[in-house]
Design a protein around this ligand. Structure first.
Ligand code: NAD
Ligand code: TYD
Length: 351
């Protein structure tokens, strides 16, 4: 059977890299990118695949079950890679319900539609749910998150993602759907929306604006280059064992303040500024409510069982990322001005 893969959230940061990888690497697959184009969805991320014969974009909301049914039927969807979500912790603190609606209700809607559409042949289709390491909570010792670490989400965002992970596993157990879940650490790279730490700092350093560091900047994140995450998703989609979970991470822990300093140093060099000048922009601000101290993934399982490992060292990845933002000022201008939201109507009119 020819694969017709529904990728949700394909106009977002990670989703757009997954779509580009699948469209170019698998010309025999039909790739349907479903995205509601919230503030985080940007079709400009997908310019290089827009005209590809095996690619189609559909604007739809995963909360809309009728729209999902129509898409499954008209594109004879064989598999799902589900990335659509509200993804920013700070927004989840100010508006938790939006996270419940999309991340929980939206995911259950999608599971229901897939289950009905694949009725009688559930063993021939895969529902791949892309999730985060934040479901495991916050580490306060030197340990790492394993696939067996009990869930302990601490923010409305991670609670909504944890809930969606549980629903996916419940559908596997109850209805015998073929599902796979991966939980990844913090991603960075091109097309990252500048509300998140790394692109926000790159943007602010360039524009000589303050760099807001929450609390003391001591919180630790494990950073992975986005294209390595996309490669891992490709690996898990093709080789992952149904019913299994795979943790994905970079074995690359950094304190926030050290990342911010590294960005300042690299940007000073690239922008020809006096050494140490950008560091003066660092501004310590009130800490995030309930701020998780440390995330760190043990990615041994995916390495040993599926042979995936990160391809880029962090220093190399961060150079590529800064260079991308400096070379793509238009992308950043459109995102910060809101003009990127007009791109859809330019391409698709009023549809
Ligand atoms: P993002 O916010 O950049 O993109 C999310 C995309 O989903 C956007 O294009 C948005 O328009 C779309 N979307 C939102 N609500 C929708 C809805 N109701 N219906 C249809 N589309 C909708 O997020 P991201 O950083 O690319 O993350 C993608 C996935 O990966 C998420 O599920 C996230 O939880 C997970 N994840 C992210 C990270 C990270 O570091 N960014 C790490 C691990 C896992
Ligand atoms: P973020 O990029 O929002 O990812 P997440 O919260 O999902 O890990 O934040 C990364 C870390 O950086 C997190 O510890 C919060 C911190 N942070 C700041 O210190 N300042 C900022 O302006 C932002 C957005 C984040």
């Amino acid at each position: 059977m020819k694969k017709s893969i529904l990728i949700t959230g394909g106009a977002g940061f990670i989703g757009s890299h997954v779509v580009k990888l699948f469209v170019s690497k698998y010309p025999d697959y039909q790739i349907i990118n479903l995205d509601a184009l919230t503030y985080a969805g940007n079709l400009e991320n997908l310019k290089e695949v827009e005209g590809a014969p095996n690619y189609k974009f559909v604007k739809a909301d995963i909360k809309d079950a009728e729209a999902l049914k129509t898409i499954f039927e008209s594109h004879k969807i064989t598999d799902v890679i589900h990335l659509a979500a509200e993804s920013h912790v700070d927004r989840s603190i100010s508006d938790p319900l939006a996270f419940v609606m999309t991340n929980v209700i939206g995911t259950v809607n999608l599971l229901n539609v897939a289950k009905e559409f694949w009725k009688g042949e559930l063993d021939q289709h895969l529902f791949y749910h892309v999730s985060t390491d934040e479901v495991y909570g916050s580490l306060h010792d030197g340990s790492f998150f394993l696939e067996t670490t009990p869930y302990d989400p601490q923010s409305p965002y991670s609670a909504s993602k944890a809930s969606s992970d549980h629903f996916v596993r419940a559908y596997a157990n109850t209805y015998k759907m073929r599902t796979v879940v991966s939980n990844c650490s913090n991603n960075y790279g091109p097309n990252h929306f500048p509300e998140k730490l790394i692109p926000l700092c790159i943007h602010n350093i360039k524009n000589n604006k303050p760099l807001p560091v929450y609390g003391k900047g001591e919180n630790v994140r494990d950073w992975l280059f986005v294209k390595d995450h996309a490669r891992a998703i490709d690996t898990v989609f093709h080789q992952g064992k149904p019913g299994e979970t795979y943790n994905i991470g970079g074995f690359n822990e950094w304190k926030n303040i050290d990342i911010v300093r590294l960005l300042c140093q690299k940007m000073d060099e690239k922008l020809g500024r006096e050494e140490g000048s950008s560091e003066k922009l660092i501004t310590y601000v009130t800490d995030r409510a309930g701020h998780d101290l440390r995330y760190a993934i043990d990615a041994t399982k995916i390495q040993q069982e599926l042979g995936w490992e990160p391809s880029l060292q962090f220093e190399e990845g961060i150079e590529l990322t800064i260079d991308w933002y400096l070379a793509n000022q238009d992308w950043l201008d459109h995102v910060t001005s809101g003009a990127y939201q007009d791109y859809y109507s330019e391409l698709y009119g009023n549809r």
